[in-house]
Design a binder for this molecule. Structure first.
Ligand SMILES: Cc1ncc(COP(=O)(O)O)c(C=O)c1O
Length: 427
């Protein structure tokens, strides 16, 4: 068999030759020919500190010399404990007292699902095993997390292997709060609250909704319904969490809290594969006082090097007051995206909070999104694909989500490249 260099690593499009990234610094990634790309999406909405952060790299090197790996059922570590404490301190009302560390957002969601089921078992309600999710949502790629997800394009091939969880279809932006609440109540009553473990939602819908942002008051109402029917509230903050929307947790924009939270992406900020499932005392106590064993985990859970890295990521966000920059640059970019909306009628919606901004295009312009992403790439700008449309099936959106460290002049460069790309393909 002939071995050809460059053909053994599987990437999404099997017939495409991807450029190789060789170095990266700040908001820029450089390919093998030295071409610079402004990282307008932080990869997959991940690299919140940008690349090669000078105050992070030496710390990671130091940690590597100290402790790399211990197995979670043999040892704890100072690194994991410090990170869990920091997350607790940043949680709204200091409510997320416990963290379970995993390696990806998908795993954090799977752990959240299992924790919810186990919680009800330990409380003597073993029939509470179902989940209610929303029509437009993405919670991860494994069978459990994909079962929760309302992302038709990612589900369709595997539909027969997925659990059929009930999903809410009402329009988060345009339907009244009464209608949204009524739908939720109807779904609960049709299944019976004694079968439902939890309601799962992304505070702001990312890949499956182009930063779809529920109206004011929405989560407070949903939480009231959850409490009334004794259903847990799980927020998927894998994309929104840890500053991306301008607050530490996305749910804070609605002045409420969840029982269990999945975080990922910005936790390791691209420097380490780490994610976590956070939970309140109320959730952990019955498990601790019952079987005393939480039934989830992975070989690399609580990896000291990853935990130390994430701990330093959060410390840098605090020390450099990056949430202020997320809010300032986020407002500016959103305002300028609205100017582009005036100039390009193909843009139907601009939405989102902080540096999680969505631009949704007219779904009648088939292929526009893909052409735009490719043209941006040629022009040295990275943006992230997202879906939209009434059923969440149209590939017609992008997320603009640069690193938290982006400066005003870099934001202007991002916007100029987007404008140029829109102009070139709109001809
Ligand atoms: C809201 C949300 N949940 C879960 C996931 C899955 O995370 P991961 O890709 O790290 O498994 C993603 C990934 O995009 C996400 O956006």
């Amino acid at each position: 068999m002939i071995r050809v260099f460059g053909m053994h690593n599987i990437q999404p499009l099997l017939n495409k030759v991807y450029p190789k990234a060789t170095t990266a610094n700040g908001v820029y990634i450089y390919d093998e020919y030295g071409k610079a790309y402004l990282d307008g999406s932080s990869g997959a909405v991940t690299c919140s500190l940008g690349h090669s952060h000078p105050r992070l790299i030496p710390y990671i090197k130091q940690q590597l010399d100290k402790l790399q790996f211990v197995y979670r059922s043999q040892f704890g570590s100072e690194e994991a404990e410090q990170l869990a404490t920091r997350l607790f301190e940043h949680s709204p009302e200091r409510i997320y007292a416990h963290s379970f560390f995993v390696n990806s957002g998908t795993e954090a969601i799977e752990t959240a699902m299992k924790t919810a089921v186990q919680y009800w078992q330990e409380k003597g309600f073993p029939s509470k095993q179902q989940f209610i999710t929303r029509w437009k949502s993405y919670h991860g790629i494994t069978v459990g997390a994909l079962s929760l997800s309302g992302h038709p394009l990612r589900r369709q091939r595997f539909e027969s292997t997925l659990e059929k969880y009930p999903r809410l279809k009402a329009d988060l932006e345009n339907d009244t709060l009464e209608k949204l609440t009524e739908e939720f109540v109807q779904v609960i009553e049709s299944i019976g609250a004694n079968h439902i473990a939890a309601f799962v939602a992304e505070p702001i819908v990312g890949a499956a909704g182009t930063a779809l942002t529920p109206q004011a008051g929405y989560y407070q109402e949903m939480k009231k319904v959850c409490e009334h029917y004794q259903i847990l509230f799980i927020t998927d903050e894998v994309m929104t969490g840890l500053g991306r929307t301008g607050t530490w947790f996305g749910i804070e924009h609605w002045n409420t809290t969840a029982d269990i939270v999945a975080i990922g992406k910005s936790l390791g900020a691209g420097y380490a594969p780490i994610a976590a499932t956070l939970m309140t005392d109320e959730i952990l106590e019955p498990i601790k006082n019952g079987s005393g064993l939480i039934m989830s985990g992975h070989t690399y859970s609580g990896h000291p090097l990853s935990c130390a890295t994430a701990n330093r990521v959060l410390e840098i966000i605090e020390e450099e007051q990056l949430l202020d920059n997320v809010n300032t640059q986020g407002e500016y970019i959103k305002q300028q995206l609205n100017v582009l909306k005036e100039n390009y009628p193909v843009i139907q919606h601009v939405r989102g909070k902080g540096l999680m901004l969505g631009v949704e295009f007219d779904p009648a312009r088939k292929g526009f999104q893909q052409k735009l992403i490719e043209r941006c790439f040629q022009n040295g700008l990275l943006v992230y694909p997202s879906v939209g449309g009434p059923e969440g099936k149209d590939e017609n959106g992008i997320l603009v989500s640069p690193p938290f460290i982006i400066s005003r002049s870099e934001a202007d460069e991002l916007l100029a490249k987007l404008d140029q790309s829109l102009n070139e393909i709109n001809q």
